[in-house]
Design a binder for this molecule. Structure first.
Ligand SMILES: Cc1cc2nc3c(=O)[nH]c(=O)nc-3n(C[C@H](O)[C@H](O)[C@H](O)COP(=O)(O)OP(=O)(O)OC[C@H]3O[C@@H](n4cnc5c(N)ncnc54)[C@H](O)[C@@H]3O)c2cc1C
Length: 308
């Protein structure tokens, strides 16, 4: 019998570490978590976290084999909130699994949400559900980083993408790779250690009170020798959904003809959707990068609460 690729598992907080003003690192484990595992490098593997509603039990998701529809079928009041995160560390032995997530604490009034609020108050023993790849599954999906044969990479993102960028770089250790990683964070105190391959130059870009993207965008464009024009973001790119345009998938429904003859660097760009949209326009439309060389991913959107 084949193993389902993903499953909601009960995860207990084993440790909480306030890394910096904007990051809190939470490690999850417990008996049910032993079902989680990965066969390959984790890279930017996305996972879903389901937080209980305040003062409520964890949602009891039926086991029909379709966890998402089982979750949706629960009454709204007992369903809790689901959000997407990245795996910072995944450690497994034969009998147990520990999974670590770095949460951004965006706590300003009106700009917070159930995930950040839960993380800020989390203590050892607290429980959530995690939907993550299960041990033994053939292929779970949910990894976008795919540099193909490119030996040069450019990774760019804000603080929500920092955990994925860190994981990608640490998983590339020992491989022939060069390039740069640009990571915009709220303050200089949010700069964290990443064990990156020697050939990749990691540049942390503290925003220090400026708007999202003000540090990241010029740094990426100057790396490419180009600049942003002043035109506003086109209306089609500012709809409520998150931008998701990768070499293999178009959230906007564009037809994709993968170009396997491409040479040159591979680009991976994630963060606030409006910032990523402007970078996409500059890189693909103005600078002429082929879309097969770049993954653009809106991880969150200013002023919009996610729905999972
Ligand atoms: C593939 C993927 C991987 C991700 N990995 C991570 C990760 O490892 N760590 C991480 O912290 N986030 C990560 N995110 C982003 C995270 O899912 C969003 O930030 C999410 O909105 C947080 O949920 P919330 O309940 O705290 O806020 P929501 O209820 O979704 O939003 C409430 C309000 O908070 C604002 N908001 C949301 N995020 C931020 C932010 N970072 N800064 C300022 N305001 C914000 C929204 O615009 C909205 O106004 C990832 C997203 C994706 C798609």
């Amino acid at each position: 019998m084949s193993t389902a690729p993903y499953g909601p598992v009960r995860a207990r907080v084993l440790g909480v570490d306030r890394l910096s003003p904007s990051f809190i690192r939470i490690t999850f484990g417990g008996p049910d978590m032993a079902r989680v595992g990965a066969r390959t490098a984790v890279f930017d593997q996305r996972i879903k976290l389901i937080f209980p509603s305040p003062c409520a039990e964890l949602p009891a998701i039926a086991g029909s084999g379709d966890w998402y529809n089982d979750w949706l079928a629960l009454p709204e009041g007992s369903r809790g909130a689901m959000r997407t995160y990245s795996i910072r560390f995944l450690e497994m032995d034969d009998h147990s699994t520990e999974l670590t997530v770095d949460f951004v604490l965006h706590m300003e009034p009106g700009l917070s949400g159930p995930a950040a609020n839960w993380a800020a108050a989390a203590g050892v023993g607290d429980e959530i559900l995690i939907v993550a790849p299960l041990r033994g599954a053939e292929s779970a999906g949910g990894i976008e980083f795919d540099r193909g044969s490119a030996e040069s990479i450019v990774l760019a993102g804000d603080e929500t993408a920092a955990p994925a960028i860190a994981r990608i770089l640490e998983d590339l250790h020992g491989e022939t790779v060069s390039g740069a990683a640009f990571i915009e964070v709220p303050t200089a105190a949010d700069i964290l250690d990443i064990d990156a391959p020697a050939g990749v130059d990691v540049r942390w870009l503290p925003r220090s009170g400026a708007a999202h993207g003000e540090a990241l965008t010029p740094a990426v464009l100057s790396h490419l020798g180009t600049r942003l024009d002043d035109a506003p973001v086109p209306a089609a790119d500012t709809a409520d959904g998150l931008l998701w345009e990768t070499p293999h998938f178009s959230g906007a429904g564009e037809s994709i003809v993968p170009d396997t003859t491409l040479s040159g660097a591979y680009y991976w760009i994630a963060g606030e959707s409006g910032v990523v949209t402007r970078l996409r326009r500059a890189l693909v439309r103005d600078h002429g990068l082929h879309r097969s060389q770049v993954a653009f991913m809106g991880y969150w959107k200013l002023g919009v609460a996610m729905r999972g």
